[in-house]
Design a protein around this ligand. Structure first.
Ligand code: ADP
Ligand code: MG
Length: 243
């Protein structure tokens, strides 16, 4: 399989005045097209810092990040924004939906920046909302939806431009266990059927076990990288997704 993400000797140091925080220390990591990966680790271990760099929202302080063969160091900020818009769908713990804006319009928004006609935007947004089980609720505002439903809108929005990569930073962090399982089932289906490469940050071992590979961080370093023990976690047996 083609390597979609290649990271070599990556460092990230945040500098605030005289205080420096070494958030990522000499990370080496490769992720192939079609992988489904969990990133675990205690709070402050560098998970979000890595996700922000993977998603081209931030740049490393040192080392190399090749995204689909493109050396991100050589790209301007505008070029990185374009790459992000085309290649990456983001999902956050706090949903980050636009308030007082319908589910439909939230999903349409990423397409406004592309060259998609209004009619096509609407058709695609409706179809994406249907695919996450929210076809009937497309006119609802975020505050009229449950946490699990908001996250499903956020997933539909992340898929708007059909990006090959999905990055989800603690997507189930604000959800009850039933909604968390539903979200992980959607990711599983996207990975298996649509072929998306998916990287999910989580604190919860049960959530990580939905994936195929678990990478653990501690103090800015990778301390473990192992296959998930699929099927061994209680509650996963018999789920309709065959995961
Ligand atoms: N913008 C920032 N400025 C300064 N320090 C930061 C910033 N973002 C994160 N950090 C620090 O970097 C370290 C890693 O943070 P983070 O990547 O958010 O960890 P995690 O997502 O694993 O909880 C922490 O010590 C955190 O305080
Ligand atoms: Mg974090």
């Amino acid at each position: 399989m083609r390597e979609l993400i290649q990271i070599q000797n990556l460092d990230k140091i945040y500098v605030n005045g005289k205080i420096e925080v070494h958030a990522l220390k000499s990370i080496d990591l490769s992720i192939s097209e079609g992988e489904f990966v969990a990133i675990m680790g205690t709070s402050g271990s560098g998970k979000s810092t890595l996700m922000n760099i993977l998603g081209c929202l931030d740049r490393p302080s040192g080392g190399r990040y090749l995204l689909d063969g493109i050396d991100t160091r050589e790209q301007s900020d505008d070029e990185l924004s374009y790459i992000r818009n085309q290649k990456i769908g983001f999902i956050f713990q706090s949903f980050n939906l636009v308030p007082r804006t319908s589910a439909l319009h939230n999903v349409e928004l990423p397409m406004v920046y592309g060259r998609v006609s209004a009619e096509e935007r609407r058709r695609r947004a409706l179809s994406l909302l249907e695919s996450v089980g929210l076809g009937e609720r497309y006119m609802h505002m975020p505050n009229e939806l449950s946490g699990g439903q908001k996250q499903r809108v956020a997933i539909a929005r992340a898929l708007a431009n059909n990006p090959p990569i999905i990055l989800a930073d603690e997507p189930t962090g604000n959800l009850d266990s039933k909604s968390s399982i539903e979200i992980m089932e959607i990711f599983t289906k996207l990975n298996r059927e649509n072929g998306n490469t998916i990287i999910v940050v989580t604190h919860e071992p049960d959530i990580a076990e939905f994936t195929d590979r678990i990478i653990s961080f501690k103090d800015g370093r990778i301390i473990e990288d192992r296959p998930a023990e699929r099927g061994k976690v209680s509650g996963k047996e018999g789920l309709p997704c065959n995961c």
